[in-house]
Design a protein around this ligand. Sequence first.
Ligand code: NAP
Length: 346
Amino acid sequence: MSESDRYVALSRYVLGGGLDASCFELRERPKPRPGQGQVLLQALALSADPYMRSRMTGQDTFFLPQYALGAPIESLGVARVVESRNPSYKEGDLVTGLVEWADYSVWNGHGKLDGGGLLLPVASSIPKISHALGVYGLNGLTALFGILYVARPKPGETLVVSGAAGGIGTIAGQIAKIMGARVVGIAGSAAKCAVLLQQLGFDDALDYRLPSFQSDLQTRVPNGADIYFDNVGGKLSQTVMWQMRRQARVIECGQISTYEDPSGGWQVDIRPIHAKGLRWESFTTAHFQELMPGATAQLIHWVEAGKLTVLETEYHGLQSAPQAMIGIMSGENIGKTVVNLTAAAA
Ligand SMILES: NC(=O)c1ccc[n+]([C@@H]2O[C@H](COP(=O)([O-])OP(=O)(O)OC[C@H]3O[C@@H](n4cnc5c(N)ncnc54)[C@H](OP(=O)(O)O)[C@@H]3O)[C@@H](O)[C@H]2O)c1
C-alpha cells in the first residue's frame, strides 16, 4: 500500500464572524510524488495570515482565488526538500515559499501563484526557522517597506498603528521607534497593551475594545496623529482618521476587520479623509520585491543588535492549523502566528 499523507482542507465557506473548527477537516491522501522538474517538500512550519481568511468566504472578495473545498489549503511555509527532480534544489535544502497545509506537498517547479510561487532558500543562521515566515518573511518585510518607504516618519512625529500587537504591527511600531517617532499602538486587550509598552517600548498603547476608546485617543493624542499605519480598517480606522491632524498621512497596510464582510470588504469611508485633507496611501510588499534582500539584511541587523524584539504565537502540529487561523480573526495571537510541525521547528 502507498504511504499516506495528511492535509487540512476547508469544508465550507463562511461569511461574517463564523469561522470555527467545523469549517476545516483533517483528511488523508496518498503521499504525493514529484514529477520531472518538481520537488517533494516536507512542511516544517506553516504561516497563518489574514489574507487567507478572504479566501474562505466563497465570494470573489480579493485578488487571490477562493480555496477549493476539500482540497489542501495553501499558505506560506518553511519546508525541507526530501526528494528533488529539479536541478536547482537538492535533498535537505531548507526553503520557504507557498506550501500546502499538509505533511508533504509537491512544488511544481515554476510557482503556483504570482509572487508566492518561488521557493527561496532559508539562511541556516537564523535561530528559529519560523522567523523566515515572520520577522524575515512577509510580516517583517511589510513592516519595513511600509514604515521606511511609505510612512517615512520624521523624528518627533506621532505614528499611531492599529493591529499593533500582531505580526506586522509589533515590528512596524518598533521600526517607527528606531526612526525616532512617538509610537502609539492600538490593540484588542489590556494584556496586549502591556506587551507593547513593557516588551516593545511603545510610547503609549490603547485598547480599542474599551467603550472609552474614542475619548482615550483624544486624550492621549490630543493634537492628532501625524501618521496612521492601518492594519485593521473599518470602524476603528474611521475613529482614528476623524482624530488626525489636518493633512496627516494614512498608510493603508491592511483591513482585517473587513475580510469576513458579506459586502466583500475593503471599503473606505472617505469622509474623514476629505474633511481633514488627509493623504491616503496604500502599498503591498510585492511593490518592493527588488528591495527584499537588502531589507532582510537590515531586519537581521536590527534583531541581532537587540533593536527589534520578535514575538510569536505558536501552534503545534498540523491538526492545530485551523485554530491558528481562527485565532488570528479572534485576536488570540501576539506577534506572528506560526504552526510548527516538527520538534526541529519549535
Ligand atoms: N500590505 C501588505 O503587503 C500586507 C502584507 C501582509 C499583511 N497585510 C495586512 O496587514 C494586517 C496585519 O496582518 P498580520 O499578519 O500582522 O496579522 P496580525 O495582526 O498578526 O493578526 C490579526 C490581528 O488583527 C486583529 N483583529 C482581528 N480582527 C479585528 C477586527 N475586527 N478589528 C480590529 N482588529 C482585529 C487581532 O488583534 P486584536 O486583539 O488587536 O483585535 C488579531 O490578533 C492585515 O490586515 C493584513 O491583511 C498587508
